[in-house]
Design a protein around this ligand. Structure first.
Ligand code: ATP
Ligand code: MG
Length: 366
């Protein structure tokens, strides 16, 4: 187990800087997920930690020791790739033991470690098979097994499930969560699947164009996103945004104009002024069929309705803004319908013209 610290880590490829001074403090045993759009630097950051890429500037510490110049094999980390990277001519057992055999470990130790990993991942019946005789999910388990056998201090996963079909992904996601409980090792997991991020992480790091946008628990990011980008990235289906403006500023509150309605909400008034254009975020699950608890209402024209049985998703628009509504399964609205929907003000997310959150929203804890 290990702590990981990044201090002002910069990565340049030639003249192009792709990681712009990242600071991170990861605790021992934490499950950390890096998320962000394609090209934002998730894999690069992981490879810097693994030692597969050299840091251009800044410092990286594993367990308080600076490892900037430590070879990958000596960092105590093991990486699992999206592509599995198994040796096709070796059996499952040989693939799993390869790393240890290379270090000259004693045969009894190798046997014990492989059988322990095979047991955890239920690979025992498959030990004599070659990779081509395995399903995608089984191959991915072998790749994870190969990492476990090395007993690393830190596991690094780069989109390990993205080659699997939807059902297997859910299965493997649960297996990885169990693995983390069993091994209590520090794990860093890269994904652009925000459901994976929400379900697996103790801590999520949201990246954008080589910068950290926000670090926090899944609940912190969902309930109290620092900015419009994080709000848009966390939550599925995506949060809706409506245009509004600041009508007046009171003590610790603002009155906004939105969809012809004048509404007052608590806000960080130092971040906005009268006349500013702002964005109001409302999550699909909070935009509900209008009822007496709603403090805001709009008519939404439905373009497409998806009825999944337990839940219905309605995709529509309001004055040119695309909107998504998540309704109970009994809602049978269809394309062409106009539905009156509403929300409570406590479900509003406010962002100023620079995209910064105007709120300090409550995060539920237990
Ligand atoms: N070896 C390299 N040489 C030059 N540029 C690189 C190299 N590796 C990555 N980059 C650039 O660095 C940026 C970050 O890439 P990275 O692979 O880390 O993104 P990512 O967040 O993992 O994306 P994805 O979700 O698509 O895997 C990209 O703009 C990419 O083109
Ligand atoms: Mg990547």
């Amino acid at each position: 187990m290990a702590t990981i610290k990044l201090k002002n880590v910069i990565k340049r490829f030639g003249d192009i800087e792709t990681i712009h001074g990242v600071d991170l403090d990861l605790k021992d045993g934490e499950f950390v997920v890096f998320v962000g759009p394609s090209g934002c630097g998730k894999s690069t950051l992981l490879r810097l930690i693994a030692g597969l890429e050299e840091i251009s500037d800044g410092d990286l510490y594993i367990d308080e020791a600076n490892v900037n110049n430590v070879a990958p094999a000596d960092r105590g980390v093991a990486m699992v790739f999206q592509s599995y990277a198994l040796y096709p001519h070796m059996t499952v057992e040989e693939n799993m033991s390869f790393g240890l055999r290379m270090t000259g470990a004693a045969p009894e130790l190798i046997k014990e470690r492989v059988s322990h990993a095979a047991n955890i991942l239920q690979l025992e019946p498959l030990l004599d098979r070659k990779p081509k005789q395995l399903s995608g999910g089984q191959r991915q388990r072998v790749a994870i097994g190969r990492a476990i056998v090395r007993e690393p201090k830190v596991f690094l996963f780069d989109e390990p499930l993205s080659n699997l079909d939807a059902e297997l992904r859910v299965d493997m996601r649960i297996q990885i969560a169990k693995l983390h409980q069993q091994l209590s090792a520090t794990m860093i997991y890269v994904t652009h699947d925000q459901v994976e991020a929400m379900t697996l992480a103790d801590k999520i790091v949201v990246l954008r164009a080589g910068n950290v946008e926000q670090v926090g628990s899944p609940m912190e990011l969902y309930h109290n996103p620092a900015n419009e980008f994080v709000a848009g990235f966390i939550g599925s289906p995506k949060i809706n945004f409506l245009d509004a403006s600041i009508k007046s500023v009171e003590t610790d509150a603002v009155t906004i104009d939105i969809a012809g309605q004048s509404l007052s909400l608590p806000a960080k008034t130092e971040l906005c002024k009268v006349g500013d254009s702002i964005k109001v975020g409302i999550r699909p699950e909070h935009l509900v069929e209008h009822n007496k608890e709603c403090e805001f209402e709009i008519d939404v024209l439905v373009d497409v309705a998806e009825h999944l049985g337990g839940v219905s998703f309605l995709y529509g628009s309001y004055q040119g803004h695309d909107l998504t509504l998540e309704a109970p399964g009994k809602n049978l609205s269809k394309s062409g319908d106009t539905v009156k929907v509403g929300a409570k003000l406590s479900d509003f997310y406010l962002f100023n013209s620079e995209g910064l959150s105007l709120q300090n929203r409550e995060v539920p804890t237990r």
